[in-house]
Design a protein around this ligand. Structure first.
Ligand SMILES: Cc1cc2nc3c(=O)[nH]c(=O)nc-3n(C[C@H](O)[C@H](O)[C@H](O)COP(=O)(O)OP(=O)(O)OC[C@H]3O[C@@H](n4cnc5c(N)ncnc54)[C@H](O)[C@@H]3O)c2cc1C
Length: 399
């Protein structure tokens, strides 16, 4: 039987191979996010799309060297997403499939809701979106104003309000939408919405980075949602709302951290390739970048193992997301600086990495919000229980 480290190396190697196939498409996808539809058969994309589907619904796991992977653990996800992000971070988040919405359905959905959600995803390539942010209420999500009220005739709920900066909103067939049913943080609930329902509309928002995600602004004009689509309705009140989305964030913050590491590693490799005969000072700078990337990777893996062991402990996940999004920003800037004043124009691939890195800063909470969460978590004793399960000493291939 293989050691966990060897297993993950197999996954890493496979994703790295797949990622090489998508590199030629990155520029095209950036200028026209719609082209992702023509890429869905590429193994990296079909991997993201299907591997996150739970085994009870999924057609087949990924088998590499007789090892089975289904991306159900945060640790497998971070390995997958780091490698994928080395090719194109935006692309990984632009693929049909469960993504964050799926993690929430896993945490809060009852059997019928899961059957509906995963059934739709398996019928045909279906994008999902996770609609939480509102204008003027980004970081302070608990003050959201979108409302969810019982309809006059009964049997359904009505969604009214709007969301902003929602990834894949324009192409999503299913949206998980957060809305307020009653005052206070516990009054926020999530519903599964068929985006074909009357009253649901999404408009693209142009962005500089992660353009493939095609951020959207969503309008919810009395959208009728069946009562059976209210997530968490079978759970005790304390577990119906925030409990589920915090767990989802904990997993996905480790994933975003991994993507930050992936972008940084790609920028570092790019600069190393281009500066073929570096001066001692430049070599030192490149080595320091490499060292920072390794540290952030270790923290990310440790965070993922912590979340896998205790899904309610997100302290290290926040720390990893904070560290890795800053790392991606810093490394891409340093790499550009190493290539001279015209680097943004002369090296569009690196310029894209720098713009994508900036997008990471905002996703699932800005750095300031992660700092607040880390502080609160440490005060509660979070991030300690599994932090000792340190990454075994290793040198991941190609870094
Ligand atoms: C690429 C991308 C993808 C995204 N995908 C999604 C998605 O799929 N679904 C979704 O719902 N949202 C998504 N978002 C939105 C994202 O979650 C928000 O941008 C983020 O929560 C920040 O909110 P905001 O933009 O309104 O900034 P604000 O909350 O207005 O923050 C502005 C600045 O103020 C700081 N700040 C705010 N409050 C505090 C405080 N209490 N203490 C200290 N500093 C503070 C912030 O750190 C930030 O620097 C995405 C954003 C991007 C860029």
């Amino acid at each position: 039987m293989r050691q966990p480290r060897e297993r993950l190396a197999l996954l890493r190697g496979q994703v790295r191979e797949w990622a090489a196939d998508v590199l030629p498409y990155a520029a095209e996808l950036e200028s026209d996010p719609g082209t992702v539809r023509r890429m869905l058969d590429l193994p990296l994309l079909s991997g993201v799309a299907t591997l996150q589907i739970p085994p009870e619904y999924a057609p087949a796991p990924l088998v590499v060297g007789r090892e089975r992977f289904d991306l159900r653990t945060a640790l497998e996800r971070v390995v997958f997403f780091e490698e994928g992000a080395r090719a194109d971070a935006g692309l990984l988040l632009s693929v049909p499939g469960p993504d964050m919405a799926g993690s929430l359905v896993d945490a809060l959905g009852d059997r019928a809701q899961k059957d509906w959600f995963y059934g739709r995803l398996l019928e045909r390539p279906t994008w999902t979106c996770f609609a939480m942010t509102e204008s003027e209420r980004g970081s302070d999500a608990t003050s959201m104003a979108t409302s969810l009220t019982p309809s006059a005739e009964g049997g359904s709920l009505l969604l009214r309000g709007g969301k902003r900066f929602v990834g894949n909103a324009v192409r999503a067939g299913i949206a998980v939408v957060f809305a307020r049913m009653s005052p206070g943080p516990l009054g926020i609930r999530a519903v599964l919405v068929d985006t074909a329902a009357p009253g649901f509309a999404a408009e693209p928002i142009p962005t500089m980075g992660l353009r493939a995600i095609q951020l959207g602004a969503v309008t919810l004009d009395a959208v009728q949602v069946p009562e059976e689509h209210l997530l968490g309705r079978h759970l005790p009140a304390i577990r119906q709302g925030m409990w589920g989305w915090l767990r989802t964030f904990h997993v996905w913050r480790t994933v975003l951290a991994a993507m930050g590491v992936g972008i940084a590693a790609a920028a570092h490799a790019y600069a190393r390739r281009e500066r073929r005969t570096p001066s001692p000072r430049v070599r030192e700078q490149l080595d320091a970048m490499d060292q920072r990337i390794r540290s952030a990777r270790q923290l990310t893996h440790r965070a993922a193992r912590t979340v896998d062991a205790d899904p309610s402990d997100g302290t290290l996940a926040c720390a990893a997301k904070l560290a890795a999004s800053r790392l991606a920003d810093r490394t891409t800037r340093e790499a550009l600086a190493l290539l001279g004043p015209g680097a943004r124009l002369d090296h569009p691939a690196l310029d894209k990495m720098a713009r994508d890195a900036q997008g990471l800063e905002f996703m699932e909470g800005t750095s300031n919000m992660q700092r607040l969460s880390v502080f609160n978590g440490v005060m509660r004793g979070g991030g300690q229980s599994h932090a000792d399960a340190a990454e075994p000493a290793q040198r991941p291939a190609g870094t």
